[in-house]
Structures are given as structure tokens and as C-alpha cells.
Ligand binder design. Structure first.
Ligand SMILES: CC(=O)N[C@H]1[C@@H](OP(=O)(O)OP(=O)(O)OC[C@H]2O[C@@H](n3ccc(=O)[nH]c3=O)[C@H](O)[C@@H]2O)O[C@H](CO)[C@@H](O)[C@@H]1O
Length: 370
């Protein structure tokens, strides 16, 4: 991988005035923050907008971004403790605002787009103090802390779920646009797995990092589902101590799978965490789901995301702590025996998808950051 990480050295900036429009995208951490931002960036690049990235040195963006976009790194983290360390984090935060201001000035950026999280704070504050527009995309049904605190300073807040607007009374403008997904989701993708055409496929997904708790519940049920004829594609993440402990010719295990579009287009059912990105992809591909929210998500936001899907009739939700593997096993066996239930839910799932999310955010960039 060709790492092109830039710092705030002015010599590293492209010549000034050579691009019709320049945008700094601040997105960091997990797939849920990065993939929507990458979808937007790719579309902007196709429309000749020059995009650079603001990230953190040890997060997923260092693997996903630098091949395509110059990555500038700052040091920023969440305020979690109230002791001396909090003072250190605060000082780092002030420095991160100063560095972001310099990056924006030296690169002559016309504005900032962010998908929330810690990195959004210096990006929005720096843009605000320079009088530049900022567009914040919030994908969750309950907006994160940074979104709630700083929405008033954003030019516009784009929402993944309509119901998130009620938590942002101070935002100047909110617009419900859905959450952008990678361009591969817009067309049928081949799936390079040896699964027969007629076999039912269950995908088990724990978000961009995998979910050990969810993996355990599912492993307890594998045998009967496989006996019932299902193929199971299990995305375990790379921190599961029990990975590779079970083998069966129809059980395919991956720590991370690149071709999510092809996989979800082929899946008949997903058993999944309810991160906003995954949920949007399930809706776009019309995949019914058993949703098991991450129990420690801030303000239980994954459960609020899942409710959108459940209320639409596209799936069911279980709390991980209450979920008895025997119930999970029986529910899936029932659905495998009655595929028409899955088809009905698939149709409902498609109703949740918002068309043209990426294009709508790109239009905002054109409107506010020209
Ligand atoms: C633990 C936690 O707090 N997670 C948060 C994080 O989610 P996190 O990044 O875990 O989850 P999301 O579901 O939003 O996104 C996961 C992304 O990773 C992709 N993927 C996943 C597995 C794989 O093998 N291959 C692959 O490509 C999915 O297709 C999806 O695009 O940000 C989301 C958006 O703010 C939040 O809703 C989640 O609550």
C-alpha cells in the first residue's frame, strides 16, 4: 500500500489555485465513519473536486485512505476521564484545532465535510473560526456527543435517519439524506464464493471490527442451520479467540470481507450488529436481519438504529444479554423452512433505503463549499 501521509508542511500542498474546489474530509476510526466518507469522496473526485483527508495516525484511515487521498494526521481523542489525563487530552485538543486551521488555510480549502466522532470537533471548530462552511453527516438514529454539541456551528447537518433531527434542536439546518454506501452497492456484484445458486445464505456480521459476543451466540447454533441446508458466511473480526474453531464445508469464515456489496446482495438473512453503516447496506440490498445491538454503544445508539429496521418490518432485534441461543436457533430454522417470511421482510428492508444519498451529500458540497 502506498502511504502518502502528509503533515501540515506547506511544501506538501498542491499548487494553489489549480483546483476548482478543495474539500477537507474529516473521518476517522471505524468503517462506520470511513466508508460513507469514502463513498462521498469518490463521487466528488469523479466530479473534479480535490479532496484531502484529516485523520489520526493509528486508526483505520491509515489503511483505507492514503492510496486514494492525501491523508493529514492530527492527534485527537475523546474526553473519558476527569483526572490529570483529561487536561492532557484537552491540551491536545487545542493543538489539534490549531493544526487543522493551518491545514485549512495553507491548503486553501473551501470547506469541511465530516462524518462525526472525535475528529469532527477540531474540524468543525477550525472551519468555524475561519468562516468556512462545514457539513456534518450523522449516520446514527441518536446523534453522537460531538454532533449534538457542535451542530449549531455547522452549515448543515445531513442525517442518516429522519428521527435523529429531534435531538438537534440547535442545528441551523438538518436534512435527511440517508447514509452513503460504497458505489459497488449500486449495481449487482459477482460473489467469488463456492455457494450453490439455490442455497440459502446467512451472513453473520459484527460491524467493521467484528463482535465476539455475537459470534459466541451464533456458534452455538451453527450445526442445525447447516443441517437445514444453509450456507453461513461468518465475518468474525480479528479479535475473536474462537476464530477457526469450527469447520464445515458450508461454513465460510473471514476476519474481514471486502466485497460486502456482493455478499449482502446474495444473502437471504443477516445476523448482525446494528451500526448505521451496516444497517444502511442491509436496507439497500434488501436483506432481512436479526439485529443484536452492541450492548456498550454510546447511549445505546445501536438499539435506536435497529428500531428503525424493526419498525419497518425488515427484521427483529434481540438484546445480547437476553438472547438464548435456543431461541435464535429456532427462529432461523423457522425462517429457513418458510422462505416467504424472509422475502416479505426483504421487501420491507428496501423501503428503509434512501435513494441517492451520496449524490445528495455531493450536492450539498457543491451548494455550500463551491
Ligand atoms: C462499536 C461501535 O460503536 N460501532 C459504531 C461504528 O460502527 P462500525 O464501524 O462497527 O459499524 P457500521 O455498521 O456502521 O459499519 C461497518 C462497515 O464495515 C463494513 N464491513 C464490515 C465487516 C467486513 O467484514 N467488511 C466490511 O466491509 C460494513 O460493510 C460497513 O460498511 O460506527 C457506526 C457509525 O457511526 C455506529 O453506528 C456504530 O455503532
Amino acid at each position: 500500500m502506498n502511504l502518502r501521509t502528509l503533515d501540515s508542511n506547506p511544501a506538501a500542498c498542491p499548487p494553489q489555485g489549480t483546483h476548482p474546489s478543495r474539500l477537507l474530509i474529516a473521518a476517522s476510526g471505524t468503517g462506520g465513519h470511513l466508508f460513507p466518507a469514502l463513498a462521498i469522496a469518490d463521487q466528488l473526485r469523479a466530479e473534479q473536486v480535490s479532496v484531502e483527508w484529516l485523520g489520526v495516525s493509528d486508526r483505520l484511515e491509515t489503511q483505507l485512505v492514503p492510496e486514494d487521498y492525501p491523508l493529514r494526521v492530527i492527534s485527537v481523542e475523546g474526553f473519558q476521564s476527569k483526572d490529570l489525563r483529561a487536561l492532557w487530552v484537552f491540551l491536545k485538543f487545542l493543538v489539534s484545532i490549531w493544526r487543522t486551521r493551518r491545514i485549512l488555510q495553507q491548503g486553501q480549502f473551501k470547506g469541511v465535510l465530516t462524518t462525526g466522532g472525535y475528529i469532527a470537533a477540531p474540524a468543525i471548530i477550525a472551519a468555524r473560526t475561519l468562516g468556512l462552511p462545514s457539513i456534518l453527516h450523522e449516520s446514527n438514529a441518536i446523534p453522537g456527543k460531538v454532533t449534538r454539541s457542535l451542530s449549531r456551528w455547522c452549515t448543515v447537518v445531513a442525517l442518516g435517519f429522519e428521527r435523529a433531527a429531534q435531538y438537534l434542536p440547535q442545528a441551523k439546518t438538518t436534512r435527511w439524506v440517508g447514509t452513503p454506501v460504497r458505489s459497488q452497492f449500486q449495481s449487482p456484484q459477482p460473489l467469488d464464493l463456492p455457494i450453490p445458486e439455490t442455497a440459502p445464505v446467512i451472513v453473520v456480521a459484527g460491524g467493521s471490527q467484528g463482535a465476539v459476543g455475537l459470534n459466541r451466540k451464533v456458534r452455538a447454533c451453527l450445526e442445525p442451520w447447516l443441517e437445514a441446508g444453509a450456507w453461513i458466511v461468518h465475518l468474525t473480526g480479528d479479535r475473536d479467540p474462537d476464530a477457526h474453531s469450527y469447520t464445515h464445508p458450508h461454513y465460510l469464515e473471514f476476519s474481514f470481507f471486502e466485497n460486502m456489496a456482493g455478499l449482502l446482495q446474495r444473502a437471504n438473512l443477516a445476523i448482525s450488529r446494528s451500526g448505521a453503516g451496516t444497517l444502511t447496506e442491509l436496507a439497500v440490498t434488501g436483506t432481512p436481519a436479526i439485529l443484536i445491538p452492541y450492548p456498550y454503544a454510546a447511549e445505546d445508539h445501536q438499539a435506536f438504529n435497529a428500531k428503525v429496521y424493526v419498525e419497518a418490518g425488515a427484521g427483529v432485534m434481540f438484546r445480547e444479554a437476553d438472547l438464548n441461543p435456543a431461541d435464535l436457533e429456532a427462529l432461523v430454522l423457522d425462517w429457513l423452512a418458510h422462505p416467504q417470511s424472509l422475502e416479505r421482510m426483504a421487501a420491507q428492508a428496501r423501503q428503509v433505503a434512501v435513494p441517492n444519498s451520496t449524490e445528495q451529500v455531493v450536492a450539498m458540497v457543491r451548494q455550500y463549499c463551491a
